[in-house]
Write a protein that binds this ligand. Structure first.
Ligand code: SF4
Length: 876
């Protein structure tokens, strides 16, 4: 660059691009050492000039960082009594802060806001005056005010402006003023490639990205060392979808893994994300919140799984076990002290020591203090916890640096916040991190995926520009809501009118066309079901061949062809069970073996358990338990239908209320206030269902309750299993009805009739109790609007409403009750033999079995043909 001039760019990305290019040139010229070029963004230039002026005594005042200025705007907006409570003050403040910058960048006099008719503009005028007064009173200088105050001397020896599509009026005025004062101001020549440009149509936005990725793969395959760009409008919004589509083409191995694809290094995706979404920063905020708010189980779990904590690598397995234990056995009342003790007792000494050090550190952080004090304490708390851990990569290191700067910015907020609590300090940090966009400077990949604004000033060997449909190029006018429209139009704010938006689109497209010797412009034909037209700006650009003739994903094919040859072994069997194992198990064994032999073997024999999810409220399993406990309590008290029928409605209601209270007693004892509210709701639901069930019992033929949840043992094939039927009723003829309570929709007679029965519990109970003694197998279904008995019985009169084998419907093929029991016997025995032999193949009907299974990662069903081969067997 000429004469030591600082190069000034509109974006950080371009500054990084120019630095990288400079490094490449130096290497290409055989240099081993070279000086770092002085390349800054416009905002960085102003901040630097302000600092130089201040050091030299030419200016007074204190620099107000953008993130702190944003906090000021948020407070002004939030404290405005005239703002509608329905509006998000943070969102409004963000927009207002941007309008404040525009107001100055386009030299619109602040007086023009006074007396305007719309409430938005009046409110903005009010906030501007308050903000201005605050700056003056405190001696702060924000980036906007600094532009007008910095002296030309601070820009010496001069500037070279690179990549600006156009300057704002304020920039033009400043550059002219500095040039008049003797500062050299140069304009870098714009890229002026004028080669091939063609346009293509693609089916939709996804097909467009796919085609662009295949084209890029072909270009890179043909000639190495090229720099290619795919330009995608709204890239920040579509980031994940774009990454997935390009990964499928450029890094097909990521899709072969069957799990989430790791970030590919085959291309660079230039789209900044909020700093709070960087994992290392999210971990820092989680750690801080653990100490400044009442922690919950989810917070402990996150800490245990965090890789950004001291000893995370060495103690990883022990922490995973502790996490599983907390999920299983601990409740919401777990405190930090108990957590620290458990870490020490359960093979996590580094974690325990870090927590103890953090406790010490917290004792020095007053409950309320100035942000500058909070800032220091935050650094020391995180450091005592060993954050950010070891072995960080470059993007994590950069995110950590940016986080450090953010915590320092928080420390500069003393004057406008006064003292704040620890929780408020961490909340402010989270807000600041959420609106700070961060983009790590990564090593350059040959393919850059970038949005149209960010690639200003860059040049490439070939470019594909996506999304050139008529609805987006030009975009509809989008005037600033806080500035008078007439002034926006007069001062030429981008997007203020349709004409200005069209001019902006033309300028951007011309720049993109000049950015590479080969440019392909594409437009989707459809958006969902709506047809799209090409942008009128493409008129006159020749039609390309829409990808025909381009190599079909050569990189993907090459990678796939060079994949290692994997040996395929299907080993669907465990060792047969031992004599001891043959004595263990119950109805769940048969249910699991029926649905998925693999799951039965690894859950029951290897102990693969699901990690509990800490959650709020009563989950489906807990609800099922409560139903069982309430009905057990009720029938333990009543004992027979006769006792039930002797009660008047009030007596029935009271008995049900007692049963529900018994069921909920334990949950109540451990519940906090919120949980008690939820349990009240649960109690109301439960009482209604039990009353509905009682009504069904009142309508039945006479019965007495013979057993409630009594254990019995049954021999099925080679297994001796223990069962615990929910209830056994003795019917009028002395035979038994076995009853199973269910809250799900799946409880139906059809669940017993497949060769591999879906719910084999009741058939197993019947066989265990002795087929000759039992005359009915019954689901008691408790569901809103669908409570009642369903099942099968030997005779219609014994238990009205149940199906009788041989009569009609799904049981018609079974000539009699005995025939049905014979089929059950054969099927359950086959399952028991299968289990005993160690049979562990994957689910025969994955569509049904895998939906609620937690073992996908272990069995890797997704990588097998079975995942796609079987169809759901309908229940109806
Ligand atoms: S996910 Fe499906 S195949 Fe895998 S263990 Fe679970 S039920 Fe079996």
């Amino acid at each position: 660059m000429a004469g030591g001039l600082a190069r000034v760019t509109p974006t950080r990305r371009l500054a990084h691009h120019l630095r990288a290019r400079h490094d490449q040139d130096c290497i290409a010229h055989g240099l081993e050492v070279w000086s770092t070029p002085d390349i800054v963004t416009w905002d960085e230039l102003i901040e630097r000039m302000f600092a130089l002026d201040r050091q030299a005594g030419r200016l007074d005042g204190r620099w107000l960082p953008a993130s702190t200025a944003q906090l000021l705007w948020e407070r002004l907006v939030r404290d405005d009594p005239e703002l509608s409570p329905l509006l998000s003050s943070a969102g409004v403040a963000r927009a207002a802060h941007q309008s404040w910058r525009r107001l100055h960048d386009y030299c619109i006099p602040q007086d023009a806001l006074v007396g305007d008719e719309t409430p938005e503009i009046a409110a903005f005028g009010r906030w501007c005056r308050q903000y201005q007064r605050l700056l003056e009173a405190r001696g702060w200088v924000d980036a906007v005010a600094a532009q007008a105050r910095v002296t030309a001397i601070a820009a010496l020896p001069g500037l070279e402006m690179v990549g600006f599509d156009r300057f704002t009026p304020l920039q033009e005025a400043l550059l002219a003023r500095w040039a008049a004062a003797g500062v050299t101001v140069l304009q870098a020549p714009r890229a002026s490639a004028s080669g091939d440009a063609s346009q293509v149509r693609c089916l939709d936005a996804t097909a467009e990205i796919d085609a662009a990725a295949r084209w890029a793969a072909g270009e890179l395959h043909e000639r190495e060392g090229r720099r290619i760009a795919i330009v995608v409008p709204d890239l920040a919004l579509r980031r994940q979808a774009v990454r997935r589509t390009i990964d499928r083409v450029l890094a097909p191995s990521t899709a072969l893994a069957g799990g989430p694809a790791p970030a590919s290094h085959a291309f660079e995706l230039a789209a900044a994300l909020p700093l709070v979404e960087q994992p290392v920063v999210a971990a820092a905020l989680d750690l801080l919140e653990l100490f400044v708010r009442p922690p919950d189980l989810a917070a402990f779990s996150r800490v245990l799984r965090s890789p950004f904590l001291a000893g995370a690598g060495a103690e990883g397995p022990a922490r995973a076990r502790l996490d599983a234990r907390l999920r299983r056995y601990e409740g919401p009342g777990l405190g930090l002290g108990a957590f620290e003790r458990m870490a020490g007792e359960r093979a996590c000494p580094v974690l325990a020591a870090a927590l103890a050090a953090a406790r010490q550190s917290m004792s020095k952080w007053p409950e309320k203090c100035l942000p500058s004090n909070c800032s220091g304490n935050i650094f020391s708390l995180l450091s005592s916890l060993g954050w950010p851990g070891e072995g960080r990569d470059s993007p994590e290191h950069q995110a950590e640096q940016r986080w450090g700067a953010l915590v320092s910015e928080l420390g500069a907020c003393d004057e406008f916040t006064g003292t704040i609590s620890r929780a408020e300090a961490v909340g402010m940090l989270r807000e600041m991190a959420a609106r700070t966009l961060f983009e790590p400077q990564e090593l350059q990949a040959p393919l850059l995926v970038i949005d149209p604004a960010t690639c200003a000033g860059m040049s490439f060997d070939a470019v594909w520009v996506c999304g050139l449909d008529a609805t987006q190029w030009p975009r509809p006018a989008s005037p600033d809501p806080f500035l008078p429209r007439s002034l926006q139009a007069r001062h030429g704010l981008p997007g203020a009118t349709a004409e200005l938006a069209a001019a902006e689109a033309r300028r951007t497209l011309d720049r993109l066309l000049a950015s590479a010797p080969r440019v392909i412009l594409s437009a989707p034909e459809m958006e969902e079901d709506a047809p799209l037209l090409s942008s009128p700006l493409l008129d006159g650009i020749p039609i390309g061949n829409a990808g025909r003739g381009w190599a079909e994903a050569p990189l993907a094919v090459a990678l796939f062809e060079r994949r290692p040859v994997l040996e395929r072994r299907v080993d669907g069997r465990m060792p047969p069970i031992t004599a001891e194992e043959a004595q263990r198990g119950g109805a769940r064994l048969l249910e699991l073996q029926s649905a998925c032999p693999f799951r039965a073997q690894v859950e029951l024999r290897l102990g693969a358990r699901k990690l509990e999810e800490p959650g709020l409220g009563v989950d489906a399993a807990e609800r099922g338990d409560l139903v069982h406990q309430a009905l057990a309590a009720l029938w333990s008290e009543l004992g027979s239908q006769e006792a039930l029928l002797s009660l008047d409605p009030a007596g029935v209601g009271a008995a049900v209320a007692r049963a529900v209270a018994t069921a909920l007693r334990e949950a109540w004892r451990d519940a906090d206030e919120l949980m008690r509210h939820l349990l009240d709701l649960e109690a109301a639901w439960l009482a209604e269902r039990v009353l509905e069930m009682v009504a069904a019992d009142q309508a039945r033929a006479a019965f007495v309750v013979a057993d409630v949840e009594a254990a019995c043992t049954g021999r099925i094939g080679p297994l001796t299993l223990e069962f615990r039927p929910d209830r056994i009723d003795r019917l009028a003829d002395g035979s038994l009805a076995v009853i199973d309570y269910k809250t799900g929709a799946s409880a139906d007679v059809k669940a017993w009739l497949d060769e591999r029965p879906r719910l084999p519990q009741l058939p197993a109970y019947v066989l265990a109790l002795g087929a000759e003694r039992v005359s009915a197998a019954v689901f008691a279904r408790l569901r809103s609007g669908d409570t009642g008995y369903v099942g099968a019985a030997r005779d219609a009169g014994l238990f009205p409403g149940l199906r009788v084998p041989g009569s009609s419907g799904v049981l018609k093929p079974y000539g009699s009750w005995d025939e049905l029991l014979g089929a059950w016997h054969r099927r359950l025995e086959a399952l028991a033999i299968e289990y005993a032999s160690g049979e562990a193949r994957l689910a025969p009907n994955p569509a049904r079995a895998c939906e609620h299974c937690h073992l996908h990662a272990l069995c890797r069903i997704a990588e097998t043909d079975a995942a796609h081969g079987d169809e759901e067997v309908g229940d109806d």
